[in-house]
Design a protein around this ligand. Structure first.
Ligand code: F0G
Length: 472
């Protein structure tokens, strides 16, 4: 299938929000706004790490779209109706129907969240010295591969690294490089191939159906299992509907079924497009692998019919999955993220283009060109945004993805972004306008923003607990 390497016109129009939100607000949480002085004290006390802020001290929380969705009235009522049982609950069977219906997978294992799925799957498949190719690993996926002694390898197409290039499917795997890589390292060193849909680390960018098929063909030819990291599968399906020839008249549900028909399995954090606060899945086709996942799951997550979750959470997930594949919901979701992106583009603020499915990524390399990556410009920007407006974003740059060489020198990350993740069904357009306006103010005074010095970071996933000091 040929790709449409074209400018995505739809994102360029600020009239994107033509359709109103397909829901009304039934319950609200009042927000508190601290003074600038209070925010400055709070962030200093955290060691300039927004993960260590108290949520109540945040006015608008764009740290993550994970586990932060607002649930529907049906989800909440299903939770109340759910009856708790250790084994074989109704909630489990409701989830089983949704998993079969949406993904077309009969065999699956429930886990408490995405990294639980990664832990189980990689513990079984990955051995020391193995390589796991992916278009791009997310931080926990990368850490889980490394934790098993494997080497995570990113083989996304080169265009993904150019933030200004408006290409439709920037999350696509470079299939030629994948094949060369398999031949270079040998099939026996590659226990699985993964595709992250959408590619979170690279800007929430989608993978085309054509690319999914090509990767599946390569995996099939070399007899290597092919798995999705499927956290944002429905957003990916919606992008295919919008951008790939032949899919414009198909529903998100139909596209999802086709996508998953090419995979041998998947890991899934339901905290994203399960529209729940907690939960995850491993889907597999292979009977033996399923048995192994179930048995290891019992040790580290729980019996397969609850997998570390309360039954009410299974019920919420089974309903959430159904809501995530509704075209009307996905239209709203994408328009909301595009709207925020367009507001920033209108102010010439450098972001990864086109906008991602779940977040807008501000390119700190272009926002703060005078701060070298060794001084963590994306982290500096993130802490400044909190100080400026009480908005919590997250750094996806050198703090999250940088490495250290054998002499202890820092190897900066390829991309240096501040991610504004939009929780699902949570914030209004007014609130997003406030976000855009606050970033505009920061952009105007960008010359005053200084870098940070990292004073502490654990070895794996160091960004969660890292501490920084401002550079004078
Ligand atoms: N894979 C991807 C692509 C993810 O984005 C995440 C989590 C995971 C796996 C792990 O899932 O959190 O349920 O264990 N991403 C969140 C984020 C944390 O903010 O992007 P988890």
């Amino acid at each position: 299938m040929t790709l449409k390497l074209i400018i995505t016109q739809s994102v360029r129009s600020c009239e994107t929000m033509k359709r109103p939100e397909p829901f009304k607000i039934k319950m609200v949480k009042n927000l508190k706004r601290l003074s600038r002085e209070e925010r400055e004290n709070k962030i200093e006390n955290t060691g300039y790490n927004v993960f260590k802020l108290r949520a109540e001290d945040v006015f608008i929380d764009l740290l993550t779209d994970s586990g932060t969705s607002a649930m529907s009235d049906i989800q909440v009522s299903e939770m109340i109706r759910a009856e708790q049982a250790y084994a074989g609950s109704d909630s489990y069977y409701a989830l089983k129907r949704s998993v079969q219906d949406i993904f077309g997978f009969e065999k699956f294992v429930v886990v408490h969240q995405g990294r639980g799925a990664e832990n189980i799957l990689f513990s079984i498949l990955v051995e020391k010295g193995d390589y796991v190719p992916n278009n791009m690993h997310f931080d926990t996926t990368k850490a889980n591969v490394k934790h098993k002694g494997g080497e995570p390898v990113n083989l996304v197409r080169q265009e993904a690294y150019d933030p200004e290039l408006r290409v439709d499917f920037k999350g696509n795997m470079d299939v030629k490089r994948l094949e060369e890589f398999i031949q270079e390292k040998g099939v026996e060193k590659i226990p699985l191939i993964m595709l992250t849909i959408t590619n979170n680390t690279g800007g929430g960018q989608p993978v085309s159906m054509g690319n999914i098929k090509e990767v599946a063909e390569v995996a099939d030819r070399y007899d290597i299992p092919f798995f999705f990291d499927a956290c944002r599968f429905a957003e990916n399906a919606y992008f295919i509907k919008q951008r790939e020839t032949g899919y414009e008249n198909k529903s998100v549900r139909e596209i999802t079924r086709e996508m998953f028909s090419y995979a041998d399995g998947f890991t899934f954090s339901a905290k994203k497009e399960g529209l729940v606060n907690i939960g995850g899945l491993i889907g597999v086709e292979d009977k033996k692998l399923h048995e192994k996942c179930k048995n290891l799951g019992i040790i580290i997550e729980g019996f397969p019919t609850y997998g570390g979750l309360a039954c009410r959470e299974l019920s919420a997930m089974s309903q959430g999955l159904q809501e995530a594949v509704e075209d009307q919901y996905q239209t709203y979701r994408h328009q909301q993220v595009e709207y925020l992106a367009q507001l920033l583009l209108d102010e010439n603020i450098p972001i990864i283009e086109p906008a991602g499915g779940h977040a807008v990524f501000v390119d700190a390399k272009r926002f703060l060109p005078d701060i070298p990556q060794e001084r963590f410009p994306a982290q500096a920007l993130t802490t400044e945004l909190y100080k400026e407006a009480g908005i919590r974003a997250v750094e996806l740059g050198t703090s999250a993805f940088g490495e250290t060489d054998e002499e202890g020198n820092m190897i900066p990350a390829e991309m240096e972004n501040m991610r504004l993740a939009v929780p699902r069904r949570v914030y209004t357009l007014n609130q997003l306008e406030y976000v855009a306006d606050s970033i505009r103010k920061l952009y105007e005074r960008r010359d005053d923003i200084k870098g940070l010095k990292r004073t502490y970071a654990p070895k794996l996933l160091g960004h969660f607990m890292a501490e920084f000091k401002p550079v004078k």
